[in-house]
Design a protein around this ligand. Structure first.
Ligand code: SF4
Length: 565
């Protein structure tokens, strides 16, 4: 049975979209691209849109989309026993050749199971039949560490999928063989990881002892990256009012970051840093402005783009608006801010990350307070008085004094804003976005433990009390319990598959599920790793040797004064 209500909802979404690709199926390879979160979130993700374009650029491929239904639609799917269907042709997912997940965030891992379940695809790969669609995943959360999801996927693409898709399709087209044969052949493509051919042994203390690939499979898998970034121009191709970026075309300016902050995955797993050329970006933004009023510039290191000002001026001179996520403190200059203001930017974001200079040095983000205040002054003097600032708490060796130094710095920023405004009437605002530090795989701080949840709550209370009564200052934060889950899934191994299954069976109730499993989640979250520990993601060659990360980690620890045995 199929719910007409759900069909009507899908049609209503499609009617509001521009750029939808519709192709007849006949004889084509059918791929359903899934985003394990809502339509709104998925459609706001440029990487997801890029893969949709990339698959559909092949004549013999039809790629459609599916998202996690909204809660009321989820119930309707269950009430009417409607199998999950794709948006474009409303075909049940089990009729596709391939289901491809794009996964950017660990906290969406659980939604993968919900989607497979709604699609009536057996959750664990070893329960699937020969005619079940192949289930694959890519995305940054996957190439950081796919292991917690390894029981649910036939294969993963590690690295920048645009680089692999062509080779994958070529092999797939030439293949009429059985699934097992196909998977074995896929393993010959650099960047494709097939978990069933890798076996893990564990030591008595629970750590990984060895990863044993079956004969003929590589011990290390290289994550792929695009050497010539201009060959894959990336800008949004689908437009709908139902995204965070309505009226905006998103444009990827660069990939990676040359700064190497020790907590930040963007600088390490997207290594090396690559800029697109200005003429390409100008022509993409020109095309984009035919469809939307604003251009949203995307990239972890926008401030490191050498032509950022020229690009912004070009967009503004064509009557377009500009938007960008955040700016590096030392890249904030009067001409750039003036241009952004003319381009309609109202809020500027900077990321000091820590209140104290010592912790900023630990993170390798060593701005002085004076540099941060100078950036605030330039922002305000050039017309931007709504400032968002990003901070982390729970950093290695952090003291209460240093948590309070976030308040001290915010007071100094507040004074700077007030004094630089010279009596201007428009309202100003300072937002402190304070989030728990989650150690990420493939970064120098991958050895560090996650801060105790109780301590994080206490530190957040301390900060909230500190801003009470400051009417133009606001604080927002992630909940420590969700950061704990993120920490668990970020650095977990494939044994977490059982935990995900249990949470799925308990309809998302982590506490109940964790009580039921024999695995102690604190083992993955709170444990300080030994320097020589074998990590679940060590089989991936992320492009930077582990020894180099270790050196950086030891340098960070020297800054903290913590002794490492
Ligand atoms: S935190 Fe920002 S500056 Fe540092 S490496 Fe990440 S993207 Fe680059």
């Amino acid at each position: 049975m199929v719910s007409w209500k759900l069909i009507q909802k899908a049609n209503a979404l499609l009617e509001k979209e521009k750029g939808t690709v519709r192709k007849p199926w006949g004889g084509r390879i059918s791929i359903c691209l899934l985003y394990p979160n809502s339509y709104h979130v998925g459609m706001s993700n440029l990487g997801f849109q890029a893969i949709y374009q990339r698959f559909n650029s092949e004549d013999d491929v039809v790629c459609e989309r599916a998202f996690l239904p909204e809660p009321e639609d989820f119930q309707e799917y269950q009430r009417t026993s409607t199998p999950l269907f794709s948006l474009e042709s409303q075909t049940p997912l089990s009729d596709f050749d391939l289901l491809a997940f794009s996964i950017s965030f660990e906290n969406d891992f659980l939604n993968v199971l919900s989607l497979l379940d709604l699609a009536r695809i057996p959750l664990e790969r070893h329960h699937r039949k020969e005619r079940t669609p192949l289930v694959m995943a890519g995305g940054v959360a996957i190439f950081l560490n796919p292991e917690p999801l390894s029981e649910f996927f036939d294969f993963f693409i590690l690295g920048e999928a645009e680089e692999v898709i062509g080779e994958f399709l070529e092999l797939y087209r030439g293949s009429k063989r059985k699934k097992d044969d196909l998977l074995r052949r896929l393993a010959g493509i650099e960047g494709i990881y097939i978990p069933e051919f890798y076996h893990i042994t564990y030591a008595e203390d629970g750590r990984i002892k060895e990863v044993i690939p079956e004969p003929g499979f590589p011990k290390k898998i290289k994550r792929r990256w695009i050497p010539k970034i201009d060959q894959f121009p990336i800008r949004s191709s689908l437009f709908t009012p139902d995204t965070e970026f309505k009226e905006m075309v998103l444009l990827e300016v660069n990939r990676g970051c040359p700064r190497g902050c020790r907590f930040c995955a963007a600088g390490f797993v997207y290594h090396p840093f690559r800029n697109r050329t200005l003429p390409i970006l100008e022509s993409l933004s020109m095309e984009g402005l035919l469809r939307a009023k604003r251009v949203g510039l995307a990239g972890a290191a926008l401030s490191d783009y050498p032509h950022l000002l020229s690009l912004c001026e070009d967009i503004v001179s064509r009557g377009g608006g500009v938007s960008l996520a955040s700016l590096r403190v030392d890249a904030i200059t009067p001409p750039l801010i003036d241009c952004l203001r003319r381009g309609g930017v109202q809020v500027a974001a900077i990321a000091p990350e820590a209140g104290s200079g010592r912790l900023r040095r630990v993170l390798k983000k060593g701005y002085s307070d004076d540099e941060i205040l100078a950036a605030v002054r330039t922002l305000v003097e050039n017309g931007l008085s709504q400032i968002k600032t990003y901070f982390l708490i729970g950093l290695p060796s952090e003291t209460d004094e240093e948590v309070r130094s976030i308040l001290t710095l915010s007071r100094r920023m507040e004074h700077q804003i007030v004094s630089s405004r010279a009596g201007e009437k428009k309202r100003w605002k300072l937002v402190l976005s304070v989030n728990p530090f989650v150690p990420k795989p493939a970064t120098p701080l991958q050895w560090a433990p996650f801060e105790d949840v109780g301590e994080l709550k206490r530190k957040l209370r301390l900060l909230k009390n500190g801003i009470r009564g400051r009417k133009n200052v606001e604080m927002i934060h992630d909940l420590p319990k969700w950061a704990y889950i993120q920490a668990l899934l970020s650095r977990g191994d494939r044994r977490l598959g059982k935990v995900l299954m249990a949470v799925h069976q308990h309809q998302g109730n982590w506490e109940e599920a964790l009580r039921e499993t024999s695995l102690n989640p604190d083992f993955f979250v709170y444990r300080k790793r030994d320097l020589d520990e074998l990590f679940p993601w060590d089989f991936i060659d992320h492009g930077i040797p582990k020894e180099k990360l270790k050196e950086e980690y030891l340098m960070a620890m020297r800054e903290t004064g913590v002794k490492i045995e």
